[in-house]
Design a protein around this ligand. Structure first.
Ligand code: NAD
Ligand code: MG
Length: 409
């Protein structure tokens, strides 16, 4: 029922080797996770999963010898199996989306890293929670689209959920241990508000009229972080911060009025928690995802991450500004969806995924993204989500509507 297990339970568990299922192994988070794992002999890669990238998956299998390798794409699975056979590998290849759930819920798995991008990651992340795994959640879209159900499943299980998103990982590190339990009232713990920091992305200083001509290459060039293309576009539009406000509300059981956003271009303070007495606790570090990954893998212990240590004397000024909701309407839409609740975040997420894909394919402009999302939200009624099937239906309806809106532009 608790979000966090008692430290003693995990300390004793961490003395034997920990079996990890790494979902989304070929992505940016997946690769960083393997870099951290490679530094420590007591973590064992039990399963790796990817969508289509056979070459990288082959290299990862040969390096880490997992028991299972999942390729969602059937053709890619066949090619991988053939290449592994040629190399006399003992790794078993599974195919299709159901295999993601199979490995996420496998009885031999202790820890699941949920690092698939987008709604495709929901079934496997949810299965990991339902099977009481230690779940390291990078896939924020799963929580945004089905937060109530996800947190309900967590409360009904013995799973431990640790946020990988750097801001939420920072908040987690700044909260008192008692306040991290599901249903715990943060105010009773003296917490006044959560402050999520945002780099502001590559267009932080661009005038509004220049944003319509933005190219996918410009949007994917983040000033501080190296990430997958979808989250890079989300960071450029600031929808990433909108999704993160929703993510924080679900993870920490608070309303959106409890969550503030501050632009912090240097990405050194990863987020903060303000207490009733005026104390503000901040978590700082180099902008390197290996830090939250190592923190969550080892929690409640600490291990080496391989990330560079922070030298504040070389850092220069740390700045903080209010976000500009007029130039970045996606952040406003995310905040509004958090306030509306129900299926509003599900619709927002689905429309955003379609809009971002359309922008990356050259079919829509950067400034169409918020228009597509707002148009989709306007045409759908937000209801309370009471089942995964309902979430799936709402997600599909929103995608179809968003595609129709793109077609009529
Ligand atoms: P990425 O695009 O680099 O990698 C995505 C991974 O998901 C790949 O392994 C890919 O094979 C897999 N995948 C894609 N579509 C799939 C499908 N339909 N079915 C199964 N697998 C599929 O993405 P990323 O940057 O590593 O981000 C992963 C998740 O982590 C996202 O939800 C993102 O928001 C979150 N996140 C990333 C960062 C970061 O620094 N990259 C930071 C915070 C949160
Ligand atoms: Mg983040």
């Amino acid at each position: 029922m608790a979000m966090t297990a008692s430290p003693t339970t995990l300390q004793s568990a961490s003395r034997r080797s920990v079996n990890i299922a790494l979902l989304g192994a070929t992505g940016s988070i997946g690769k960083s996770t393997l870099e951290v794992i490679a530094l420590h002999s007591d973590y064992r890669v039990f399963a790796l999963t990817a969508n289509q990238n056979v070459e990288l998956m082959l290299a990862q299998c040969l390096r880490f010898s997992p028991r299972f390798a999942v390729m969602v794409d059937e053709g890619a699975a066949e090619r991988l199996a053939h290449m592994l056979r040629l190399r006399h590998s003992a790794t078993e290849v599974l195919a299709g989306p159901d295999a993601l759930v199979t490995v996420a819920s496998h009885p031999d798995v202790d820890t699941v890293m949920a690092a698939i991008v987008g709604a495709a990651g929901l079934p496997s992340a949810l299965a990991a929670v339902e099977h009481s795994k230690k779940v390291l959640l990078a896939n924020k879209e799963a929580l945004v689209m089905a937060g109530d159900l996800f947190m309900g499943a967590l409360a009904a299980s013995n799973a431990v959920l640790l946020p990988i998103d750097s801001e939420h990982n920072a908040v987690f590190q700044c909260l008192p241990p008692g306040a991290r339990d599901i249903g715990g009232d943060l105010r009773q713990q003296g917490v006044r508000r959560i402050v999520l920091t945002a780099s502001g992305g590559p267009f932080r200083e661009w005038p509004a009229e220049a944003l319509h001509a933005v190219t996918p290459e410009q949007a994917c060039k983040h000033p501080n972080w190296s990430m997958g293309r979808k989250i890079s576009v989300d960071s450029a539009s600031m929808m990433n911060k909108g999704l993160e406000v929703i993510e924080a509300c679900f993870l920490f059981g608070v309303g959106p009025q409890f969550v503030d956003v501050l632009i912090h271009p240097q990405s050194i303070v990863h987020s903060m928690v303000e207490y009733a007495d005026g104390s503000v606790l901040a978590q700082m570090g180099s902008p390197d995802m290996r830090i939250p990954i190592a923190h969550s893998l080892a929690w409640p212990e600490r291990i080496l991450s391989g990330a560079p240590y922070l030298d504040l004397t070389k850092q220069g000024n740390l700045q903080f500004f209010e976000p500009d909701l007029a130039r970045f309407p996606c952040l406003r839409l995310g905040m509004e969806a958090a306030r509306t609740g129900g299926t509003a975040p599900t619709i927002l997420n689905a429309a955003n995924e379609v809009a971002v894909e359309s922008f990356l394919n050259g079919q829509s402009r950067f400034t169409d993204i918020p228009a597509i999302i707002a148009g989709t939200l306007e045409q759908m009624t937000c209801r309370k989500a009471d089942s995964v099937d309902m979430i799936r239906q709402v997600d599909e309806q929103a995608r179809a509507l968003a595609r129709r809106l793109i077609g009529t532009q």
